[in-house]
Design a binder for this molecule. Structure first.
Ligand code: ARG
Ligand code: GLU
Length: 718
């Protein structure tokens, strides 16, 4: 019996040890080092982040604003996801050179394609500046005064640091303003496209498989960072030379096995682990369901037309991916919170917090009011959040209205007493480009059907006062008949005709703008804008600000109360380390998922009639030949992807997945559906990140694309 208890204790300990929850600040990683080593790590926290010597962090980049990338060669080659480079790949694509469909491989530096506007950011170091930022701040001052002090302190600190280092400086709040960290960044502006697989590989499984395991996507693309000939970050110039970074990631060809330690190093965007119950309820029970319903409605209509018309399928592919990505995520998130009894668990913590606060008068004074205030604010936020959701998901779900909204800045400029002619012409030019692109991918029958469906839900589900005034036209002029309104809308609006719109744009003047006031799409756009600016925002902002302040105090209190709990700050698009183990999971009763997928799975999924499951002939040939070179597993198979319990979120796309020795083994690109509530509540049993096996990536580069010269640049560990 004694032995059994001991064994239970040990396994409990091991369980808590191996849970992958947490997104850690690299500078403070020594606090995790013992645990990471117990899980199998063979390098030190100092090898991962150091300001005294070169460390892995030097190889990690923020790619654009929303993804991660890493250096993988001494010549500045960087690796990120296909879906992160998608915009750039698409911009370089044309009918003659369709890189999205066929892939792109530069044979030498000269063929690498520049991407003006794209930047990658490298963290040089981070520094805790909490004391200096909060200098003069007192607990009893007003929030406005506090914010002002913080703003002024920060501005001075940033200016100083910028002057002394010449770097890009920012200060970011952690734990809702309980801690401030200064980021010293170097930004690279000449980033060229080097390679991308065909979408059949880079996006294999498409939106059908998105957020799901088992997965078979080779979601990667390659870029290169260039410096000026003087060795400095610079805008694109043909004279620029490839950057030779001090640090690039060595790549392991040994693969991963169940139970292996891994860590993910990257830029997670946003999580909300410490929200009160009322907020979790608002997100998962109030807001997500109608948003899911409205997006689902659009997706059904897209699907209907895409299935029958191949051109429409291409036109709506990117829109469909955008709408579907968040739609699917929200479904998974709400389901996951329900399965975990997430709201009840949060309520339980609040009960403890309330009791803990009540135990001394000082605490009661500081913390006693927080939970009731949250409940009050979130109750008030409920109808406003719904109103705002309907505005963006139903109102702005109509493409015609999106188009009309785009014209607001230009119209406002022209209407000024003294319009800035340079601004007018640049706005006109960019709008003309936008209009061309809009109509290239626009199919009016879809938009009509979407408008009818969405506006029907809008008028039915949102009461007067919580919806924009233009919707009353439907009642007043069309006896509530949405179809009649939609048919007038598309029949009368110049925004429905590229020719009329272009003509109008070319002759824009205060006089022609008069005509706009009668245009039904313009009326709708203007009405939604004023509803948002004058009704929704002013009502929501003070409540959100109050909640932010409450959150800061709640966080302080939680940290005082739960002394044995290990806290980590919510993701805020700053560099983090998360770690876990390679492991499969049980998504549902009687189902067990293996931790890896293989090339065989791609052929099992193959379906020439379904776009998402078309397999490249060359890939089939390689499979038949069975020559996977050094990229095969020890069993001779081609591993494609794997799952592990690293805590990741949006923004971690493109993050390197490293093994116990700090070598690259995978490329993070997604999470498993059953675990997507990890943005609000991580579940060690279900929360898994999905990565492409680096050996599959190299196999595609080398054997599929024949771009062996790129592999030769890398440091391979066999
Ligand atoms: N779910 C991943 C993310 O959140 C991948 C999205 C891109 N892929 C797609 N099939 N839409 O970004
Ligand atoms: N695909 C996501 C991204 O673009 C990563 C998946 C996630 O949300 O974890 O960042």
């Amino acid at each position: 019996m004694k032995r059994l208890i001991f064994f239970l204790l040990i396994s409990l300990r091991v369980n808590t040890l191996l849970a992958g929850e947490g997104m850690w600040i690299p500078m403070l990683l020594s606090q995790n080092e013992a645990e990471m080593k117990a899980m199998g790590m063979r390098i030190s926290a100092e090898d991962i982040y150091s300001v005294n010597k070169g460390s892995l962090k030097d190889a990690i980049l923020q790619f654009g604003r929303g993804c991660t990338a890493s250096f993988i060669s001494s010549q500045g080659l960087i690796l990120t996801n296909h879906h992160c480079g998608y915009g750039e790949i698409q911009k370089h694509s044309s009918l003659e050179n369709d890189y999205l469909t066929n892939g792109f491989w530069a044979k030498n530096y000269a063929e690498e394609l520049p991407n003006p506007g794209l930047t990658v950011t490298q963290l040089v170091k981070m520094e805790d500046v909490t004391e200096a930022v909060l200098a003069g701040v007192a607990r009893d001052m007003t929030e406005a005064r506090r914010a002002e002090l913080i703003r002024n302190n920060s501005r001075k600190l940033i200016e100083e640091a910028r002057k002394t280092t010449g770097l890009d400086i920012s200060i970011r709040p952690f734990y809702y303003g309980n801690q401030y960290i200064m980021m010293f960044n170097r930004i690279y502006k000449d980033v060229r496209l080097v390679g991308a697989p065909p979408s059949n590989i880079g996006k294999f499984g498409g939106d059908t498989d998105n957020w799901m395991w088992p997965r078979h996507t080779g979601d990667f693309s390659l870029f290169r960072v260039y410096l000026s000939s003087k060795g400095e970050p610079a805008d694109y110039s043909p004279e620029n030379v490839p950057y030779q970074p001090e640090k690039w990631l060595p790549i392991s060809l040994k693969g991963v096995e169940e139970g292996d330690f891994t860590f993910v190093f990257g830029y997670p965007g946003r999580t909300n682990q410490y929200l009160p119950a009322a907020a979790v309820k608002l997100i998962t029970e109030v807001s997500n369901p109608p948003r899911v319903m409205l997006r689902g409605t659009r997706l059904e209509i897209f699907k209907h037309y895409s299935q029958t018309d191949p051109l429409v399928r291409i036109q709506y592919a990117a829109k469909d991916a955008r709408v579907a990505n968040a739609w699917k995520k929200m479904i998974g998130e709400s389901k996951g919170i329900r399965r975990l009894n997430g709201i009840e668990r949060k309520l339980e913590i609040e009960k403890q917090f309330t009791q803990w606060a009540a135990s001394t008068p000082e605490r009661q004074a500081l913390y006693g009011g927080i939970v009731p205030a949250f409940n009050d604010n979130y109750a008030k936020l409920e109808p406003l959040t719904l109103a705002s959701d309907y505005l963006s998901e139903a109102g702005m779900g109509v493409e015609l209205f999106q188009l009309a909204t785009r014209f607001v800045p230009l119209v406002e400029e022209v209407q000024k007493p003294k319009p800035d002619t340079a601004r007018v012409s640049s706005l006109k030019k960019s709008l003309a480009g936008f209009v061309d692109e809009f109509f290239k991918d626009y199919y009016e029958p879809i938009d009509r059907e979407v408008a009818t469906a969405l506006l029907s839900y809008y008028t039915k589900n949102q009461p007067v006062g919580f919806r924009p005034a233009f919707l009353e036209q439907i009642t007043a002029r069309h006896k509530g008949n949405v179809e009649a309104y939609v048919s007038v809308l598309f029949g009368k609006s110049m925004f429905a005709s590229q020719q009329q719109l272009t003509q109008w744009l070319n002759n824009i003047s205060p006089k022609t703008i008069k005509k706009l006031e009668k245009d039904p799409a313009w009326q709708a756009a203007a009405s939604m804008r004023s509803f948002s600016n004058n009704s929704i925002d002013p009502a929501m902002r003070p409540l959100q600000q109050a909640n932010d302040s409450l959150m800061r105090l709640f966080m302080t209190g939680l940290m005082e109360m739960q002394t044995e709990r290990r806290f980590y700050p919510d993701a805020n698009s700053t560099l983090r380390v998360t770690y876990g183990m390679v492991e499969g999971y049980n998504p549902a009763d009687a189902i067990t998922y293996n931790y890896f997928t293989t090339l065989e799975g791609i052929l099992e999924k193959e379906n020439p009639d379904i776009y998402d499951y078309v397999v490249e002939p060359k890939l089939k040939e390689l499979h038949r030949g069975g020559d996977f070179g050094p990229y095969a597993s020890s069993g001779g198979r081609m591993h494609v992807a794997f799952v592990a319990s690293n805590h990741t979120t949006g923004g971690n796309s493109g993050s390197p997945v490293l093994n116990a020795d700090g070598q690259l083994v995978g490329l993070n690109f997604d999470r498993c559906w059953e675990g997507t509530m990890s943005d609000l509540m991580y579940d060690p049993a279900m929360s898994r990140n999905i990565s492409a096996d680096i050996r599959y990536v190299l196999f595609i580069v080398d054997k599929f694309a024949g771009a062996r010269h790129l592999v030769d640049e890398m440091t391979l560990i066999r």
